[in-house]
Design a protein around this ligand. Structure first.
Ligand SMILES: Nc1ncnc2c1ncn2[C@@H]1O[C@H](COP(=O)(O)OP(=O)(O)OP(=O)(O)O)[C@@H](O)[C@H]1O
Ligand SMILES: [Mg+2]
Length: 244
């Protein structure tokens, strides 16, 4: 479970200061898929990086499975798998070697690593390129490899920043199915996306972030009811429209 309360985070100082996140609150629960939506620059990636302990909050409290991201960062990291756009892979390793390497870093036994690789290769449809060097993999294949790498240790909480960006329909579908499956297994999944149709058919809960603040959140049906429409595009435009 992920709890975010009163989160704020700025970058830079003085006249160059950018308030990336000023007021973000939400909670993501096990067995439900939580979607973070919002326009470019809204503060989604910053929020996810704080949750993943890569950035410290200026204000607010964030806990992951009961562990505070500042004071119990190790506890958070061992329970969390994080995919970000700038995840780096080693071009010279094959997909399988990449997963073996990160499995060992996570302290898994060789046998566990192999069975986990088989499982993830099946779920994410990676069988065809497991023995290919990552440098020679396509964008979609690399993305699947990054996702598999992020969850090699079977974390109970999975946080994915735009997991399907740049993927074709087929690759997106296997990532979407992977997310659905993970949540059915009782994991907590939080992800950001610009693809509203994907959020609509995958998420039980949503938060819309605009200029660093959550401007709408709740269960999908609840939000649809509030706005009198099931069209997420319309709701999106509704909530990010400036009152001025
Ligand atoms: N490391 C950084 N240094 C300075 N400013 C930053 C940094 N990271 C983010 N920002 C700024 O913070 C704001 C929020 O950025 P963030 O990446 O969180 O947005 P986002 O919602 O993920 O956007 P997108 O949909 O384009 O990925 C932006 O104005 C961005 O320029
Ligand atoms: Mg982003």
């Amino acid at each position: 479970m992920i709890e975010v309360q009163g989160l704020a985070r700025a970058f830079g100082q003085g006249s160059k200061k950018v308030q990336a996140v000023s007021r973000v609150d939400f909670s993501a629960r096990p067995g439900r898929v939580f979607g973070l939506l919002g326009p470019n620059g809204a503060g989604k990636t910053t929020t996810l990086r704080v949750i993943a302990t890569l950035l410290k909050p200026d204000a607010g409290t964030v806990t992951v499975a009961g562990h505070d991201v500042v004071t119990q960062a190790d506890g958070v990291r061992s329970r969390l798998g994080f995919l970000t756009g700038d995840t780096q892979l080693y071009a010279r390793l094959t997909a399988r070697e990449t997963l073996q390497y990160f499995g060992r870093l996570q302290g898994l036994q060789e046998q566990e690593i192999e069975s986990r690789i088989s499982e993830l290769a099946r779920l994410l449809e990676m069988e065809d390129f497991l023995e290919r060097r990552v440098g020679k993999c396509s964008t979609g294949q690399k993305q699947k490899c990054s996702i598999a790498r992020a969850v090699i240790h079977s974390p109970e909480v999975i946080v994915l920043d735009e997991p399907t960006s740049g993927l074709d329909v087929l690759s997106s579908r296997s990532v979407v199915e992977f997310i659905r499956r993970s949540s059915e297994e009782g994991r907590t999944v939080l992800f950001s996306t610009h693809i509203l149709s994907e959020a609509e058919n995958l998420c039980s809960d949503l938060a819309f972030v605009h200029k660093g603040s959550v401007v709408e959140s709740g269960a999908l049906e609840e939000i649809e009811e509030r706005h009198g429409t099931r069209d997420l595009n319309r709701i999106f435009l509704d909530v990010v429209r400036d009152p001025s």
